[in-house]
Design a protein around this ligand. Structure first.
Ligand SMILES: *[C@@H]1O[C@H](CO)[C@@H](O)[C@H](O)[C@H]1NC(C)=O
Ligand SMILES: *[C@@H]1O[C@H](CO)[C@@H](O)[C@H](O)[C@H]1NC(C)=O
Length: 254
């Protein structure tokens, strides 16, 4: 073997190691929903069917998150080629399993913040899916989905993560209450919101955040859920539970 070909073999394996992402996401079947081209594999269809069982405010939010993200990614050829679109679909569609207020929800814990319930639930659901293979849904790929979901209630971290985590979290940010993101092509925003309307979203989100603060206050202190508890849950009192209280105990400002 010539030195040149040895070097190129080494370079190739280094590239493969450096890129943990499953490359089978190229040339996946697609369909069009609300004017947006999206991945149409069986596991994505089944994830979509799963969230259809949620109340409309939550189903619509979850599907808008997927579509707003996909529309923005599709508008940039570099991103469309680089993002793992199937992982993006599952991460965005399943990101709010932790919002499931139904009794005996299989997704919601009593001791974990809701983003972690969603992240653990999504990974578990993928691993239990009939099509699951560990060589396709590698641990590295699942970790990107986990992180993309787990980070969606925390600002300032996801922009510096890998491209898949970053775009799952960013897509959740595209579907805010009272908000139209500048990054999403306006015609796509309109077609998505026309098919999956936002009217019930504000009340649904506030009810859900209030329910979290009421049912598991310990995991809401120091998070963006805390003010919903303070404002809407009788008896909720974060004082004494916040990092601020521990850090400032015994301290007198000069
Ligand atoms: C497309 O996305 C890439 C990667 O994020 C970025 O560097 C580039 O500026 C984007 N192109 C346009 C036209 O927005
Ligand atoms: C909240 O708890 C703190 C610490 O126990 C207490 O000092 C404060 O009075 C409480 N606030 C309310 C509104 O009950």
């Amino acid at each position: 073997m010539k030195v040149n070909s040895i070097l190129s073999v080494l370079a190739l394996s280094a590239t493969a190691l450096a890129s943990p992402k499953h490359k089978g996401h190229k040339n996946l079947p697609t369909t069009v929903i609300a004017g947006v081209e999206v991945v149409d594999t069986q596991i994505v269809r089944d994830a979509h069917d799963l969230i259809k069982k949620f109340p409309d405010f939550l189903y619509f939010h979850s599907v808008r998150t997927w579509l707003l993200g996909a529309a923005t990614i599709n508008a940039n050829a570099t991103l469309k080629a680089e993002v793992d679109l199937e992982a993006h679909a599952l991460g965005s569609i399943l990101h709010d399993l932790g919002w499931d207020m139904s009794e005996n929800s299989p997704w919601v814990s009593h001791d974990k913040r809701f983003e972690v319930d969603g992240a653990l639930g999504a990974v578990r659901w993928i691993k239990e899916h009939k099509s699951y293979k560990s060589c396709v849904w590698t641990e590295a790929r699942l970790e990107r989905i986990f992180d993309g979901i787990a980070l969606h209630g925390t600002t300032g971290i996801h922009p510096y993560k890998n491209i898949d985590t970053k775009w799952i979290t960013a897509s959740v940010g595209f579907d805010g209450v009272n908000f139209q993101p500048a990054e999403v092509p306006a015609d796509k925003f309109d077609s998505i919101v026309a098919q999956f309307p936002k009217e019930t979203f504000q009340k649904g989100a506030i009810d859900t955040f209030t329910w979290m603060a009421a049912t598991k206050p310990e995991v809401t202190y120091n998070t963006f859920i805390e003010p919903f508890g303070t404002a809407y849950v009788p008896g909720y009192n974060a004082t004494g539970h916040r990092s601020f209280d521990r850090i400032t105990a015994g301290y007198t400002p000069e």
